[in-house]
Design a protein around this ligand. Sequence first.
Ligand code: GDP
Length: 301
Amino acid sequence: DQGLQKSSENIFSKLSKAVVGKSKVDEEVLDELEEILITSDVGVDTTIKVINRIEERVARDKYVNTEELDKILKEEISGLLEENNTQDLLDFDIPEGKKPYVIMVVGVNGVGKTTTIGKLANLFKSAGKNVILGAADTFRAAAVDQLILWGDRVGVPVISHGMNTDPASVAFDAVKQGVDTQADVVIIDTAGRLHTKVNLMNELGKIKRVMQKFIPDAPHEILLVLDGSTGQNAFIQAKEFTKVTEITSLAITKLDGTAKGGVVIGISDQFKIPVKYIGVGEKMTDLQLFNRKEFVDSLFS
Ligand code: GDP
């Protein structure tokens, strides 16, 4: 399964409690469901959407058995999640003409950005790919050091110029080395200072421009890392980052310690960006490819 904590407090178990002794889905059950979805971090907009749809079905079919509610809810939630087109990273073929495949990783500090890059590097390396990391989060010494540590641990080179150096110059060198050595994948870490939005926008823009000197359509992927345990903060960050840069995929971390997988549903629905990876722990191997069906099943088990 998707590694989410089996919990007596997930959407399914809360719903089971809410419908005890009731045979019919009525106003009261829908109110309970609304509260369950909101407290599971699905987000207000997405919750209202789900409740409205179920209300329509209840109105149309006149009588909906509470036993059917799980199935209906599961269908509605599946419909809101973007499918992940990458099904198996170990079989991941670098798309034609996209070698090295360049991934630019964005996200605020503390969400698990460096860890996710280390885990990704490990996955690609396990799949026999040559990986290069670029330490372009030069604002924090700890970020650079940690990426180097991950590089050592996984056994992949890290391009770094140290702290307070020009991030674009790091990206330039990392992509250049990627091209020169015919690497398969280059992953660039970036600073996540959302409070200086204009600076961040300029910085990311400059990083993209220098990559494009070598590879016109780089970065091929712009991955936003969000901490799934922070609920509404993750929504706010997704909103702010999508204003600053295009985002092509999401990694949602720290889903191991929480039963609140609901954040994945709301973010996927509201931003229409596929969740590609989920982080389920601190270890190198605690990264999974997001699978819609498995994820929904895990919410209901
Ligand atoms: P960054 O500042 O965004 O680069 O964050 P780090 O990668 O340094 O991670 C911050 C903390 O979160 C570290 O203690 C990580 O071990 C931890 N962390 C990262 N991903 C996960 C995850 O999926 N699950 C758990 N439980 N912890 C994680």
